[in-house]
Design a protein around this ligand. Structure first.
Ligand SMILES: [Zn+2]
Ligand SMILES: [Zn+2]
Length: 158
């Protein structure tokens, strides 16, 4: 995925990406602004800068998982195992943490039908993990706030 855009900067070195330099672009795949990989969210880098970056293997892994979970054909509910056909019936947790020790790590990219999410037996555990990570500053941003409000909406629905 080599792309070249005018006036773009490498988020690793901060220098402009010149037309004759090999560059890589990343999608907006990570909503947790506290995560180590968040710098790469929706960004461009020089290929040479990335090749020396300490998080390059974690980034490659996260992008691999991202691409295996996005797109209509990849949307399988982790509860019932069925395809999620309708975007209105889709509930995705997204990429939550790069840190293997985070209680959110095992929930990365989990996705559900809305009804399956509501009845998810781990929902309380997930809500607790999310709260712990928000309170300790390890999870923040609009995507995280959206998850928190979705969870409290589930609570009021009973
Ligand atoms: Zn660079
Ligand atoms: Zn389902």
């Amino acid at each position: 995925m080599a792309i070249q855009l005018p006036d773009s900067e490498c988020i690793i070195c901060g220098l402009a990406i010149l037309p004759d330099q090999e560059a890589l672009g990343f999608p907006p795949f990570i909503g947790n602004e506290s995560d180590a990989l968040h710098i790469f969210n929706d960004s461009l880098v020089h290929a040479s800068c990335l090749s020396r970056h300490p998080l390059r293997s974690q980034l490659a892994k996260a992008l691999d998982e991202h691409s295996s979970h996005v797109g209509p054909l990849h949307r399988k509910c982790c509860i019932c195992g069925l395809q999620i056909d309708h975007p209105d019936d889709f509930m995705g947790l997204g990429y939550l943490s790069t840190n293997f020790h985070s209680p959110l790590y095992r929930y990365n990219f989990k996705q559900f039908h809305c009804g399956c999410f509501k009845n998810w037996h781990e929902l309380n555990d997930f809500a607790r993990a999310l709260k712990i990570e928000v309170d300790s500053g390890n999870a923040k941003g609009r995507a995280i706030e959206r998850l928190l409000s979705l969870i409290s909406a589930v609570d009021t629905l009973g």
